[in-house]
Design a binder for this molecule. Sequence first.
Ligand code: APR
Length: 228
Amino acid sequence: MKKKLVISTGAGMSAESGISTFRDAGGLWENYNVMDVASADGFRRNPALIHQFYNDRRRQLVEAEPNAGHLGLVDLEKDFDVYVITQNVDNLHERAGSSHVLHLHGELMKVRATDDPDLIWELKPGALETTPATRIEGHQVRPHIVFFQEAVPNIEPAIQLAMEADIFVVIGTSLAVYPAASLIQFVRPGVPVYYIDPHPAEVPAGVTVLRMTASEGVAHLARILRGE
Ligand code: APR
């Protein structure tokens, strides 16, 4: 029976793929006001600006490739039952080949009907741009992203995964945004917790901090977990 390895990733996981993080120097929130481009109020105020913000991020994503960190997590599936919970809206975990990926904050390559949250479409390369005038099957669409001020529907299954973890790993997140940052609190006592981040945030005592990038940290973690 393989041990359940639950991995919680943030923007730092995709930094080495060339995708900018949010709160590092030069990050997205240095160049945009988060409440204008990633909040429910912002969408009501200026939907065209939000469509354009996500159009830009989709263009950047199609040029990006999974990095060694993403691929290292796929390799761990040989020896562990690996579940990825990600705050990231990119599809790099999927493109790397991870079998189980749970998105907490939505998915950049998808849009959904503004009048029916259950109607979701994947945008195809060559048709990645949307505007408030875009219609799919007669429906106006919005990015399939959890904006600030909106609920995080997948937090329940994510908490369930954290509670079932035999090993819990946090990679590349500043642990600044809730409820994602609270997942670490749901890990059973005695379950080993690792945190891979070159500039780690404060974490509870007992967490093993690997002060490394995602690619270096995942390779190092694999050696630890395999007892090498
Ligand atoms: N490898 C690993 N971690 C890295 C790397 C790297 N190469 N480069 C930077 N980091 C780390 C930073 O040290 C930081 O701790 O990644 C983290 C990025 O933090 P944030 O930019 O705050 O990203 P994140 O924690 O994912 O933000 C959470 O905030 O704006 C919202 O919805 C958005 O999902 C996002 C959420």
